[in-house]
Design a protein around this ligand. Structure first.
Ligand SMILES: NC(=O)c1ccc[n+]([C@@H]2O[C@H](COP(=O)([O-])OP(=O)(O)OC[C@H]3O[C@@H](n4cnc5c(N)ncnc54)[C@H](O)[C@@H]3O)[C@@H](O)[C@H]2O)c1
Ligand SMILES: [Zn+2]
Ligand SMILES: [Zn+2]
Length: 367
């Protein structure tokens, strides 16, 4: 079939919205009609050419929500009409990682996904017979996508698409960092560095876990106000003195749980230093630049601090994204402030411009 899609033709160039061909879903695959898709830093990172593992041509986009249109052979749990959220981090439920509660890093399709292929080593998108590779296994800057069933979470049809798509990436990452990775205990003190989608999700996650005090640190006063709306009790301007200021707010000890959601290794270090001696746990969610390292004084670890990393918030997508969506539908999370701009697929490059200008949290493409 023919569909409209935003194609990255070459690094550093604007995406070109055009007609491409999409082939039928094969075994274990599902055709999804997209209704909404968030525009994320990771899309821009690849479009710019900064990502050393990036490739072109490809259809970008990985924060999709839509409706199942058709299923290929051997699809067991999805049927036409189901509402789904795309998962760049799949869950096969069979590999050694899926079977272990300690991780969400499914091993089933990693290699082919990284190469821009579906699990069988091919792609469904093409143009004049030329293959166009898939991006993060999703390619959701398009009217339709074909994805493996294991990379789709079936969610409540009551969730508006523009909100459901937020769970495909940053929001679940932040929520999961607090709920799964850190498993924040009720009554705790938390400090969250960064108030973008991930950091705000972490603030909300700490609140849902019953944290008593949530300090949020950011450079932007507007974003700190959004953090207050998600449950932050103390707002701090980021920079040099942030660790000392957190210590002052916590009887000199630091926070029980800290979260890093900036991608800046200097801030990661601050997040480690702001964790309490004895049991403070620092959860790193930000993605650092290639080759960058985290500098930590080992004494901080000997005296009881711990560091954890969190990919997609430790969320096992097919099992847990639907639960997070239900909590949102139950009124536990307010997502309106996160959708800053609604744009069309043709305006996708404007979505990148808004992001570079730090204008709002998410631009969402509506189809
Ligand atoms: N682990 C994962 O699975 C996963 C998933 C999605 C995103 N990420 C990563 O998480 C990070 C955050 O993503 P985002 O979409 O929220 O980004 P974002 O750019 O919207 O937010 C980052 C925030 O950090 C703030 N900041 C910058 N310097 C700071 C400082 N010195 N002190 C305090 N705050 C500072 C910025 O003002 C901004 O509000 C990125 O590195 C992204 O790549 C990771
Ligand atoms: Zn994303
Ligand atoms: Zn798996």
């Amino acid at each position: 079939m023919k569909m409209r899609a935003a194609v990255l033709e070459g690094f550093g160039e604007p995406l070109a919205v055009q007609d491409v061909e999409l082939a039928e879903p094969r075994a274990g695959e599902v055709l999804v009609r997209l209704h909404a898709c968030g525009v994320c830093h990771t899309d821009l990172y690849t479009a710019s050419g900064a990502d050393p593992s990036g490739y072109a041509p490809t259809v970008l986009g990985h924060e999709g929500a839509g409706v199942v249109e058709a299923v290929g052979p051997d699809v067991a749990e999805l049927a036409p009409g189901d509402h789904v959220v795309t998962l760049f981090s799949p869950q096969c439920r069979e590999c050694v990682h899926c079977l272990d509660p300690r991780t969400n890093l499914c091993l089933a399709i990693r290699e082919e996904q990284n190469k821009g292929h579906l699990p069988d080593g091919t792609t469904r998108i093409s143009r004049d017979g030329e293959e166009i590779r898939s991006f993060m296994g999703c390619s959701t800057f398009a009217e339709y996508t074909v994805m493996p069933e294991i990379a789709l979470a079936k969610v409540s049809p009551e969730a508006p698409f523009e909100h459901a798509c937020l769970f495909a990436c940053g929001l679940s990452t932040g929520l999961g960092a607090a709920i799964n990775t850190a498993a924040v205990r009720p009554g705790s003190t938390c400090a969250v560095f960064g108030a973008g989608m991930v950091g705000l999700g972490a603030v909300a996650g700490c609140r849902l876990q019953g944290a008593e005090r949530i300090v949020c640190v950011d450079l932007s006063p507007q974003r700190l106000e959004l953090a207050r709306g998600q449950g932050a009790t103390d707002l701090l301007e980021g920079g040099e003195g942030a660790v000392e200021r957190i210590a002052e707010l916590t009887d000199g000890f630091g926070a029980d749980y800290t979260f890093e959601a900036t991608g800046n290794v200097a801030v990661m270090r601050q997040a480690v230093e702001a964790a309490r001696m004895g049991w403070g746990l620092c959860t790193v969610a930000g993605v650092a630049g290639r080759g960058e390292t985290l500098d930590v004084v080992p004494r901080l670890l000997i005296t009881g601090r711990r560091i954890a990393g969190s990919s997609f918030g430790g969320v096992k997508g097919r099992d847990q994204v639907p639960v997070l969506v239900d909590r949102y539908l139950a009124g536990e999370i307010d997502l309106d402030p996160f959708v800053s701009h609604r744009i069309t697929l043709d305006e996708v490059n404007r979505g990148f411009e808004l992001m570079e200008a730090q204008d709002g949290i998410r631009s969402v493409i509506e189809f």
